[in-house]
Design a protein around this ligand. Sequence first.
Ligand code: ZN
Length: 153
Amino acid sequence: MRQERYSNVLEGEDLYKEIIVDHSQSPRNQGTLEKPTHRHHGYNPLCGDEIELQLKVNDGCIEQVVFEGSGCAISQASASMLTQQLKGMTTEEATTLIGTFKTWMKDRQAEECPESLGDIEALAGVRSYPVRVKCALLAWTTLEHALAGPSSG
Ligand code: ZN
């Protein structure tokens, strides 16, 4: 049933790998925190995707990360996979990961996915669709803003 619902999407079969469909339908780390140390609301006007990302950082380490959002499958799956990858990382490692992801997203020729991205490799097909790259990047730019926010420490 899942397959049927998504096979109608014009952009092609490569875009909606099973893992993306799974994350978009059952996003991990959904919710809000009572006292986030960092938060940011991201919006992608091209597609209407929204993500509210909240983190609890303690001593430079990301202890909790949750998000709430709405929008297309790519944007929500990307956010879900990102939060999974972030837990237990230092903010420095997270910043490095953001850089790695952005570079990889923009390099359509790169066959190999950087190992540090883990399951996020499922987004490889998105790189062929510049408009959808914005969807995939939303969670990451939102994280960038959140980490740069004034309430650090
Ligand atoms: Zn989107």
